[in-house]
Design a binder for this molecule. Structure first.
Ligand SMILES: *[C@@H]1O[C@H](CO)[C@@H](O)[C@H](O)[C@H]1NC(C)=O
Ligand SMILES: *[C@@H]1O[C@H](CO)[C@@H](O)[C@H](O)[C@H]1NC(C)=O
Ligand SMILES: *[C@@H]1O[C@H](CO)[C@@H](O)[C@H](O)[C@H]1NC(C)=O
Ligand SMILES: *[C@@H]1O[C@H](CO)[C@@H](O)[C@H](O)[C@H]1NC(C)=O
Ligand SMILES: *[C@@H]1O[C@H](CO)[C@@H](O)[C@H](O)[C@H]1NC(C)=O
Ligand SMILES: *[C@@H]1O[C@H](CO)[C@@H](O)[C@H](O)[C@H]1NC(C)=O
Length: 464
């Protein structure tokens, strides 16, 4: 209603205000799409031509360029869909209207009609008919938690049965599962949100999301991200008997690996971690891009407190030490992190974040560049600690410090004694006992004398 009214007012207005409005629209487009909208068509043409040359050695010429302009004009979404595949996969998509490929995760793409009836997706194309089951989730280790979709593809273009459609949408669809290890911020960001970003940003909001294993809480948690990637409400295909039809789409999400944005040429826009962080800052209205923009008397240190496992047993003494070193300390408990929109803003005003290995550290994505992440690394968890939360910091432009605890600082030590294999040789015990001993039951009493050095180092990095 509100929007319509505005448009009417505009048309009744003077030339000056129309010009001003156009300028506003242009500025908005420029800010939103990261590019000059006037230059974007050129950019797409270059991209398209380059990829044609590399995939099938066709020399770029004027006829071809005209053909490309035709494709963009007639079917902008076809163009966007084809950008997600390369080489033989693109040729297959162009010839048959359907193609699946699997790098780390499996992704199927079609520029023909998608008829989505709950977990069954009909894609009539010129392929001989076939049926396949697929889990639309990036990481295989979570597949047991995720529902399958059944893809019934091929059988001839004339199979298209539009009388089956209850709602016919006019933009393409991206189908993915919202479950996985949902509830865990680390898995959600690395395995759903980053893949969704690299798969769908180039549609410029002209795309709808069909979420398998739809969970209203999850959707609410990521509303800001979802609304920025898609101009439409996400759809739960299992909600009622509604059959949704789309003019093409993607099943599954492109994935480069743990917290990776690799700028490969089947990622339209070749987004990097810097692009993703900018996207998050815009989605969550975060103020600071760089830590030196924060004007505070004392740098703020965020201490992530855990409740049931991997707890700091001397949290208060640690906080007192942090203040003594010169930080303003914000201690956050898990309940304080549940509202992502609020918490992202808190994190963005911090210069240092301290936590023990755990999903809470994923909030490092919201820190301004130049901030410091201090990870307290526990016994037996050196590899996942560094791999999950340490390594990604360099792409994020963050500083990273590790504080590795000594045997004496663990509660395990008291329980088992110095010579027990749990202390001496973590790798000798089996996976299940490993998980219960190291991941679930390892608490830590940090040695304040030693920890002070790490804090002083962190202070040096942010207090210039
Ligand atoms: C598909 O339908 C169109 C018109 O509806 C017809 O001209 C064409 O021959 C049909 N193709 C096949 C393979 O049946
Ligand atoms: C199209 O779908 C409707 C409703 O599901 C069904 O009744 C009809 O038989 C189908 N027609 C064809 C040609 O498959
Ligand atoms: C959709 O499929 C799921 C799983 O097969 C089922 O639990 C659900 O009831 C279905 N929804 C409808 C509306 O049929
Ligand atoms: C089913 O859900 C869609 C939205 O996904 C809605 O538009 C439609 O009215 C609903 N139909 C029924 C029968 O509730
Ligand atoms: C992305 O880069 C990481 C290292 O930066 C590498 O381990 C991974 O294999 C790459 N993934 C793809 C799909 O190229
Ligand atoms: C703490 O670390 C210091 C320096 O490494 C060491 O001298 C001291 O004994 C440690 N304290 C405890 C209680 O382990």
């Amino acid at each position: 209603m509100g929007k319509k009214l505005q448009v009417e007012v505009v048309f009744g207005a003077t030339n000056y205000s129309i010009a001003f409005l156009l300028l506003l629209v242009w500025l908005f487009a420029a800010a939103f799409f990261y590019v000059n909208p006037l230059g974007s068509c050129n950019h797409q043409l270059t991209y398209w031509r380059n990829s044609l040359i590399s995939s099938s050695s066709i020399k770029g010429d004027i006829a071809e360029e005209n053909q490309v302009i035709e494709v963009i004009k007639q079917d902008p979404f076809k163009f966007h869909l084809r950008r997600l595949v390369r080489d033989e996969d693109r040729i297959e998509l162009e010839n048959t209207g359907f193609s699946c490929h699997s790098q780390i995760s499996e992704v199927c793409i079609s520029d023909r009609v998608f008829i989505i009836d709950n977990h069954t997706i009909h894609i009539p194309s010129s392929h001989p008919q076939f049926t396949k089951f697929m889990k639309p989730y990036t990481e295989k280790h979570a597949h047991h938690q995720v529902s399958s979709v059944q893809i019934v593809a091929g059988g001839g273009d004339n199979q298209s049965n539009s009388s089956a459609c209850h709602i016919t949408h006019d933009v393409p669809v991206v189908v993915f599962s919202g479950r996985g290890f949902s509830g865990n911020l680390y898995h959600e960001i690395s395995e759903i949100i980053i893949p969704l970003f690299i798969t769908s940003l180039h549609f410029r909001s002209q795309v709808k999301f069909v979420i398998i294993d739809y969970n209203p809480r999850w959707v609410k948690k990521y509303t800001r991200v979802l609304n920025r990637l898609s101009g439409y409400e996400p759809i739960n295909p299992a909600e009622n008997g509604t059959v949704h039809c789309f003019p093409g789409g993607v099943i599954g999400l492109k994935y480069n690996g743990i917290f990776a944005l690799n700028s490969t040429d089947d990622i339209p826009g070749r987004y990097s971690m810097a692009n993703f962080r900018k996207f998050l800052r815009e989605s969550y209205s975060l103020k600071y891009e760089n830590v030196f923009q924060i004007k505070r008397e004392r740098p703020v240190l965020l201490l992530i407190s855990r409740k049931n496992s991997r707890m700091f047993l001397n949290e208060r003494e640690m906080a007192a030490l942090m203040e003594e070193v010169g930080f303003e300390v914000v201690l956050v408990r898990p309940s304080g992190m549940s509202d992502l929109t609020k918490f992202a803003r808190v994190v963005n005003t911090c210069s240092v974040m301290v936590g023990v290995h755990g999903a809470g550290l994923t909030n490092e994505v919201f820190l301004p560049s130049g901030a410091v992440v201090v990870q307290v690394v526990l016994l037996g968890l050196e590899w996942p600690s560094t791999h999950y939360y340490g390594d990604p910091t360099s792409d994020m432009g963050l500083n990273y410090l590790e504080y590795k605890i000594e045997p004496e600082e663990r509660n395990l030590f008291k329980k088992y004694g110095r010579d027990h294999p749990v202390i001496k040789d973590p790798e000798s015990i089996g996976y299940n006992s490993f998980r219960s001993v190291y991941v679930d039951r390892q608490n830590v009493r940090v040695n304040l004398t030693r920890f002070r050095e790490t804090l002083v180092h962190a202070m040096e990095l942010v207090d210039l």
